[in-house]
Structures are given as C-alpha cells and as structure tokens.
Ligand binder design. Structure first.
Ligand code: NAD
Length: 482
C-alpha cells in the first residue's frame, strides 16, 4: 500500500471515528485502475452508532426554526463552492466523469443546497373546513424523523444534496451510505460539514458495501424513511428490508428512456440532443436516451447524423485530458455488460454502424461510442438498461407505433420526442407512461421539477415542492373552539 493512499474514517455524531470491524474497501480510478483511497467496510456497530446519534439529534433539530436549519444548508453550499474545483477533481478521478461535467456536478450541488434552503419560509400546512360548528381542522406537516440516504455512483456528489438538503430543511436528520465505487467525494463532503457548526448527529456518513452496511442501515428499525437511488434489483432488496419495519421508501431506480423522432423534426437538433444525452457521463445516466424510435422516412438521415457525432467523440482518461466528451465506464463489470449486449444484438441480426467494441486504450474500462440499427421490438438491446454509450435505433411507421413501443417497457422514468408539430407532441405527452417527457431538448431535469419514475423506475420522486414534501408526514389536528 503506497503512502499517498488516504484511509477515510466514518463521520458519526460529529466526529471521524475508526470502524471497529477493521475491514477496508479500495477505491479505484476507473480510467487508470490506480487505487486512490480506502474506506471502511463498516459493520453493524457503525450503523447502530450513526442511527443512534441521528435519533438523539433529531428532536432538537426539528425544534429549530426552519430558517435556521436553512442557514446550515447555505453554510454547506458555500463550503462546497469554496472547494468546488477540488471536489470536481475528486469526482473526475473516482467516477471517471469529464472535467467539465464534474465541475457542473460540484457547483450544481451547492446550488441545490441553496435552492432547498429557500423552502424554509415556504413550508406550509393547510386549514380545512369542518363539518362541525365551532371546529377548525389543521393539517400540519412534520418531519419523518431519521432518514437513511443510500447513494449510487453515477452522480455521487449531487445525490448527496438530493438526499440531505430536503431531509434537513424539513427537520429530519440523516445517515448517508455512499456507493463503495465512489465514496471519496462523500467523505470529503463530511469533512466540509465538520468545518461548520452543524449540530452533531444531524448528518452522519457510514461507508461500506451494499449487502452488509447498506442492508444493516435499511433494515434498521430506527429509520423512518429510506431514500435510495440505484438499480432496480437493489431497490427491490431495500424494499424487502424495509418491509420488516414498515419503513417508508423513496426509490429512484433505473430507466430505458425512449427518444421518439418524427419525420417533421429538426434532425440536427434531434441528433445532437440524443447524442449528447447518450455520451454524457459515458451513458451512465438514469434519465438519458437509451433507445430511439424514428419514423422510416428520416431514419437513414438521422442514423447518418448520429453516426458522425458518435464517431467523432473524444474519450479517454479525463484526469489527463480536459477536452473530452467521455471517460470510462465505472468498472469492468459495466464494460463487460456492454460487450455482451452489443455482441448478442449483432448475433441476432442488428448492424453496428459505429463503435461496437472495447476501446483500444491501455488502461481503464473504456468502450467505444456505439450506434446499432436494425433492432427488433422486445430485443435485449431495446429493453434492458445498457447504462453505457450504446444507442440502439428502431424504425417505426407512425407516432402511435412509437408510443406503443415506448410504453411497452418495465421502466417509466423519462422519455423524449422530437417534432415540430404541436399536436403530435401533445398526443405523445397524453399517452406516454413516463414521469418526464422532454420535447425538442436533451434529457436533463431541473431542481424545481419533480423527478419520479413509474413502474419499475421507482416509487415517489425527488426535487421541487413535491420531492420536498416526501420528507414530511401530515398531522391533522381537530380544534373544538366552540
Ligand atoms: P446499485 O443499486 O448497484 O447501488 C446503489 C447503492 O445501493 C450503493 O450505495 C450500494 O452499496 C447500495 N446497495 C447495494 N445493495 C444493497 C442492499 N442490499 N441494501 C442496501 N443498499 C444496497 O446502483 P448503482 O450501480 O450505484 O447505480 C446505477 C443505477 O442507478 C442505474 O440503474 C441507474 O439507472 C440508477 N439511477 C437512477 C436514478 C434516478 O433518479 N432514477 C439516478 C441515478 C442512477
């Protein structure tokens, strides 16, 4: 083990503490396979200590005026901004994002804390009319208590804000478990939190693997809400763990976003938006275009434009080169999954127009940006989440066929349509069974929106007012004042 490798410690009850289990997980740079740091593979005792601290801290935290809680969010936002470039470099190294995107992630995360802080003066209950004379009914919104936030690796830093900021401003405390693939940014976040005067126990961080640490946290009876972002399979396991305590779940899971391109669309705009949304973060984005349905008349032209964009993609080690569109996949398994999916599509008769193989770079988990045509309904590549820079296209005869094929999926997170006809756009909006639809633009959600998947893409949602209120529960009060 080289001297330069940092051993991180869990952040529990306002202090950095050694994990008594003493097991470690090495964190690798996916572009170079170099070991960057180690984090504890925490045992149940660390989870217990973090949940106990969160429970102890919660009543006083809830009693603080919301505007004071928001003040802490603003302090955290400022700390993130002061350290934005450093945090972005960490994200580049451990996750493999391009430098430009990592910067966006770091500073957007700060903005998200500020945005959620704004809700302090906007949290509202309701006053209801009563059937009885001399009675008023009040609906109050209260925090749930202690939240468990289980994070994925694809936007690891931003997801911290998506869990922590709404939890805290509404009066909850939180225990975070970062992904074992990308935990360094979360430990650095904890260091920034420790530099503020946030009361001990309001935010704790426990590292470890999903099956051990993650399961200990999500099956803990001291948790009132599990907010999880990750894969469908893990979401199912978490829901099963939550069932034993009837703990609430908020699940942001996978997707297989369709992009519908009609014959009247601006094809340059469509190609660029779909391309951008497939190579951004090396295709490892839950809401970005994963399959294209294009009307026959313009299929060849769209394919040509997409192929040119794909083939011109600059990719490599994002720590070494600033000017890239793409870095590596997160790990070998993710890259090998793409190899399998594309090889099987080819064997089933699909045609690879560009890409289609492991990139010829010395180190790292790189795969070429890949465009596949001649795909059939129900095929693996059109139905399974690839989570990589692989774009399959299928031709259709009509908008109706495109909508039917889009809906014929176990996922229902996001969708997009490219057309210059308002009627077509609105027919699609009416009939698409998805939580979000992007019209004539790339897939990327706003923090004031509501990011929520249907079907196996999740339960509940995040962002905006509706996401915020998922961190609260209602308390109805009947006042007989005569
Ligand atoms: P993952 O499910 O492998 O892991 C996510 C987290 O869950 C990790 O912290 C992991 O340690 C933990 N975990 C694993 N098993 C667990 C268990 N049994 N109990 C408790 N925790 C457990 O997901 P990932 O590979 O990190 O992320 C990629 C997936 O996330 C993709 O499917 C993607 O579509 C999805 N995603 C969805 C959204 C959204 O907003 N809907 C956003 C980002 C990513």
């Amino acid at each position: 083990m080289s001297q330069s490798i940092i051993d991180y410690q869990n952040f529990i009850d306002g202090r950095f503490v050694a994990d008594e289990k003493g097991d470690w997980i090495e964190v690798e740079n996916p572009a170079t396979q170099e070991v960057l740091a180690r984090i504890p593979d925490s045992g149940a005792a660390a989870v217990e200590a973090a949940v106990t601290a969160a429970r102890r801290a919660q009543p006083a935290w809830e009693k603080l005026p919301a505007i004071q809680r928001a003040g802490y969010l603003r302090k955290i936002a400022n700390k993130i901004r002061e350290n934005g470039d450093r945090l972005a470099n960490i994200i580049v190294k451990e996750q493999g994002k391009t430098q430009a995107l990592a910067k966006v992630e770091a500073f957007f995360t700060a903005d998200y804390f500020d945005y959620m802080a704004e809700w302090a003066r906007r949290l509202e209950g309701e006053v209801l009319t009563s059937d009885r004379a001399g009675e008023s009914i009040f609906l109050m919104r209260k925090p749930l208590g202690v939240v468990a936030g289980v994070l994925p690796w694809n936007f690891p830093f931003f997801l911290i804000a998506r869990k922590v900021a709404p939890a805290l401003v509404t009066g909850n405390t939180i225990v975070l478990k970062p992904s074992e693939e990308t935990p360094i940014n979360a430990y650095e976040f904890a260091k920034l939190v420790a530099e503020t005067d946030l009361p001990a126990g309001v935010i704790s961080l426990v590292g470890g693997r999903g099956a051990g640490t993650g399961n200990a946290l999500t099956s803990h009876p001291g948790i009132d809400l599990i907010t999880f972002t990750g894969s469908v399979g893990t979401g199912q396991r978490i829901m099963a763990a939550a069932a034993s305590n009837l703990t609430r779940v908020n699940l942001e899971l996978g997707g297989k976003a369709p992009a519908i391109v009609l014959a009247d669309a601006n094809l340059d705009l469509a190609a660029k938006a779909i391309y951008d949304s497939r190579v951004i973060n090396t295709g490892q984005v839950c809401n970005c275009a994963e399959r294209v349905y294009v009307e026959k008349k313009v299929a060849a032209e769209l394919t040509d434009k997409l192929a040119k964009l794909m083939a011109a993609t600059r990719y490599g080690d994002p720590s070494a080169t600033a000017d890239l569109e793409m870095g590596p996949l997160i790990n070998k398994a993710a890259r090998d999954k793409l190899v399998g999916i594309v090889d099987r599509a080819r064997a089933a008769g699909a045609e690879v127009v560009t890409g289609g193989k492991i990139a010829s770079l010395e180190k790292g988990w790189h795969y070429e940006p890949t465009l596949v045509i001649g795909n059939k309904s129900g095929s693996e590549i059109m139905t399974k989440e690839t989570f990589g820079p692989v774009l399959p296209i299928q031709t259709v005869d009509s908008l109706e066929e495109a909508i039917d094929l889009s809906n014929d999926s176990e996922y229902g997170l996001t969708s997009s349509i490219f057309t210059n006809d308002l009627n077509s756009a609105f027919r699609a909006v009416r009939d698409l069974k998805f939580g979000e639809t992007y019209i004539n633009r790339e897939n990327f959600e706003a923090m004031q929106g509501y990011h929520a998947g249907r079907k196996k893409s999740g339960i509940g949602g995040a962002d905006g007012k509706h996401g915020l209120y998922e961190f609260t529960e209602t308390h109805v009060v009947y006042l007989n004042h005569g």
